[in-house]
Design a protein around this ligand. Structure first.
Ligand code: RRO
Length: 310
């Protein structure tokens, strides 16, 4: 029996539960084309800004034994380049999800308005980049999140979702969920990297990345328990008409299955894609299907959100 891994996010059908995350290897046309040719069920673009950006000084990314740390600083081609790529990307046959990350509400209004008029399938607004010197993460400021959502959810009919920072306190899950509930947010993506962590090389006595004195976003295995908790908490707090995309430390089919139990409608892969390349999508898909088969689950809905009480 073939396991059906198809799913829906904000009314968009995805042929499988797995896609790339905004972040690694999704900045240029060549990279996005590679994702479209892989088993990723959608093409998600690198977060864009109004103007093109080189990003932070290097070294700004380092592999770690259980993941990575990075402070890329939003290197991207500028939103107009992604706007122009959309017809060709769509022609490759998969849903396209654009990620936008303005430095102000006005920036986000300009970009969301433009993408609302495009052929993109979903718009993910990034409220949680931790790596811009002097800029706070919107997702940690609930008043700012409220104002931003009021503005960007009123610009058209294309589904809007938001990429959230990891939260670590139950009161913050409740506060974030209460703001989200006020607006037609169709999906949330959680979590972004754990921001402002520090890895020190004791031999050189230096940080291992350069920007912000070494402070950067922690990714990969280290953050999976945080990602699972965020997906679980929001699944319990939000109505079922808000889909949840899980991200954080997924590198095997069993990791993906854990996110499914927590309540994710789909998952995104960042660090594993960075390290392994685009073959990871097919590998993880096969592993997930095999694990579900071993448990007699036939489709995503059979296990979604079905974490059992202990
Ligand atoms: O580019 C980055 O430094 C970056 C972004 Br926009 C983000 O949302 N999360 C992250 O860990 N890095």
């Amino acid at each position: 029996m073939k396991i059906d891994l198809s799913t829906h996010v904000a009314g968009v059908k995805l042929e499988s539960y797995l896609m790339n995350a905004s972040g690694p290897k999704c900045t240029t046309w060549e990279e996005l084309h590679t994702i479209a040719q892989s088993h990723s069920s959608a093409v998600v673009t690198k977060s864009c800004t109004i103007a093109p950006r080189e990003g932070n000084p290097e070294p700004r990314y380092q592999d770690l034994p259980l993941g990575s740390i990075q402070s890329m600083g939003l290197p991207n081609l500028g939103y107009k380049a992604y706007l122009e790529m959309i017809p060709a990307l769509k022609a490759l046959g998969k849903p396209v999800i654009v990620s936008v990350s303005g430095f102000s509400v006005e920036d986000n209004i300009e970009m969301v308005t433009a993408f609302q008029q495009s052929d993109v399938d979903l718009i993910e607004v990034n409220f949680s980049c931790p790596n811009i010197p002097g800029k706070a993460q919107v997702a940690y400021d609930f008043e700012q999140t409220d104002k931003a959502l009021a503005a960007i959810t009123a610009l058209g009919n294309k589904p809007i979702g938001i990429k959230l920072a990891p939260y670590f306190d139950m009161s913050h899950f409740v506060a974030a969920a209460n703001v989200i509930k006020k607006y037609p947010v169709k999906f949330i993506t959680c979590i972004n990297s754990i921001g402002n962590t520090l890895i020190i090389d004791p031999y050189t006595e230096q940080p291992i990345i350069k920007p912000k004195g070494g402070f950067g976003g922690l990714c990969g295995d280290y953050i999976k328990p945080v990602g699972l908790a965020n997906v679980r908490a929001f699944r319990e707090l939000l109505d079922d008409n808000v889909q949840i995309i899980g991200v954080g430390g997924i590198k095997t089919g069993i990791d993906a299955f854990e996110y499914l139990l927590a309540g994710a409608d789909a998952v995104q892969i960042a660090t594993c894609f960075e390290k392994e390349g685009e073959t990871c999508f097919e590998r993880i898909e096969t592993e997930l299907a095999e694990f579900m088969k071993s448990k007699n689950y036939q489709c995503i809905a059979d296990a979604k959100g079905k974490l059992k009480p202990l």
